[in-house]
Design a protein around this ligand. Structure first.
Ligand SMILES: NC(=O)c1ccc[n+]([C@@H]2O[C@H](COP(=O)([O-])OP(=O)(O)OC[C@H]3O[C@@H](n4cnc5c(N)ncnc54)[C@H](O)[C@@H]3O)[C@@H](O)[C@H]2O)c1
Ligand SMILES: O=P(O)(O)OC[C@@H](O)[C@@H](O)[C@H](O)[C@H](O)CO
Length: 383
């Protein structure tokens, strides 16, 4: 079995690539970072260093590497006999992967086994987003024959992989914890064999619990933490003021997760405790800058703050903690992050309601609108 994985970055090398390698896949990394691809092509292995209780090193070897920006022919050849394609490039990059995949699917013989495609991104139904990008490159007449040559399965991936030290080379430092949930129904009777992953009948509870607990809590820690002058996630959570604010946020999203997906209060409390323990891991050099980067994406309608807050507000539940986290996100000022720079410009150039409608997707009259407008107004008034 052969897998082509797009995005040889932190989660690509430290999680998806590792699990595919351990599952026995012939592994090909595709990335647009020329230095990274040259280094991978020139090496015969890298090591994934786990940190925390029960940590061990794992070696990944026997892979190949393709520069997908400059070597379309080699990429097409690697995709031609692949069984599986995965991505870990960021949700906003999926549209750049789509042209490669439609070319591969057009070239794939109609009687070949379908190509399994799974986007491993922090977004609700990221594989559906990728499928829609591929479909947008096809006509309505052509699409059924293209779609028949692929199986699109959504996934939820969870492992904290921090930014790596400049001298780490290809090695990746990761936490010991990981979870990879994949929806089974698209595969019918024959799902890929990936022992580190688990296949589930309905992904919604897994992806919403993950995004609205792990990522909401993580982002809240990053934004409150940066506000309080902390550099690392573990330091931020050691600050009682930050910890209380994060607990309030997670209390609110837990109400939604329990109410909507049928987890018990005890199950959700245990899940929360576990993720806070993961964030506190002092051996994990994770920073508020990495976790907070791309604030505009994180303030999107179906993302980690607005997604749960909108649903809670629609049912009359309190969202004060989430609104405070949005306020902290609006103060995220990181000149090296283009989205943070754009955020500052949007705050300057839009009035508060226009900003809320455009960036969060919350329309006029929605029960969350006034709370968001108040947060934006507070930031604009403070200058
Ligand atoms: N790091 C984590 O803790 C973590 C955990 C779970 C999920 N994720 C998700 O995984 C995805 C990747 O995150 P990451 O931390 O590995 O980021 P990263 O920046 O380390 O890696 C992304 C990689 O994608 C590559 N890339 C960018 N554009 C590309 C393109 N057009 N074609 C091919 N490759 C391209 C980049 O060069 C980079 O190597 C994101 O969606 C993130 O939300 C990250
Ligand atoms: O990758 P992002 O930018 O969507 O979110 C930042 C972190 O919260 C995220 O990368 C977590 O480390 C990860 O989702 C843990 O599984």
């Amino acid at each position: 079995m052969k897998a082509v994985h797009f995005g040889a970055g932190n989660i690509g090398r430290g999680f998806v690539g590792l699990l595919l390698h351990e599952a026995g896949y012939e592994l090909v990394f595709a990335d647009v970072n020329a230095t990274l691809i040259d280094d991978l092509a020139a090496s015969d292995h890298y090591t994934v260093h786990e940190v925390g209780a029960g940590a061990r090193d794992r070696v990944v070897d026997g892979y190949r590497a393709v520069n997908s920006a400059t070597d379309a022919a080699l990429l097409a050849a690697e995709l031609a006999d692949a069984d599986l394609v995965t991505t870990a490039v960021g949700p906003t990059v999926l549209r750049f992967i789509a042209p490669h995949l439609i070319a591969a699917l057009r070239a794939r013989p109609a009687d070949a086994a379908p190509l399994a495609i799974m986007a491993c991104e922090n977004a609700i139904n990221a594989t559906d987003l990728l499928r829609d990008e591929i479909a947008s490159l096809s006509s309505a007449e052509e699409w059924p024959s293209i779609a028949a040559r692929a199986v699109f399965a959504n996934t939820a991936v969870d492992r904290i992989v921090p930014a790596q030290a400049p001298d780490a080379g290809l090695d990746v430092t990761v936490e010991t914890f990981f979870e990879w949930a994949i929806e089974r129904p698209p595969f019918g009777a024959v799902a890929p064999e990936i022992p580190g992953a688990h296949f589930v009948a309905d992904l919604a509870p897994y992806i919403e619990r993950k995004l609205f607990t792990v990522n909401t809590g993580h982002a809240a820690t990053a934004y409150f933490g940066r506000d309080a002058g902390h550099e690392r996630i573990s330091e931020a959570l050691a600050d009682p003021v930050v910890a209380v604010a994060v607990e309030q946020v997670l209390g609110e999203t837990s109400t939604l997760i329990v109410r909507k997906h049928g987890f018990t209060d005890d199950e959700q409390a245990a899940y929360r405790a576990k993720i806070l323990e993961r964030f506190r891991n002092p051996e994990l050099p994770d920073t508020v800058e990495r976790v907070g980067r791309q604030p505009l994406r994180k303030l999107g309608r179906h993302e980690r703050f607005i997604g749960p807050a909108a649903e809670l507000a629609e049912h009359g539940h309190p969202v004060d903690g989430l609104l405070a986290a949005v306020g902290a996100a609006l103060r995220f000022d990181l000149p090296s992050d283009p989205e943070s720079v754009e955020l500052r410009e949007l705050l300057r150039s839009r009035d508060a309601p226009a900003f809320v409608h455009e960036i969060t997707g919350i329309p006029a009259g929605h029960p969350l609108e006034q709370g968001l407008v108040a947060e934006v107004t507070r930031i604009k008034t403070a200058g």
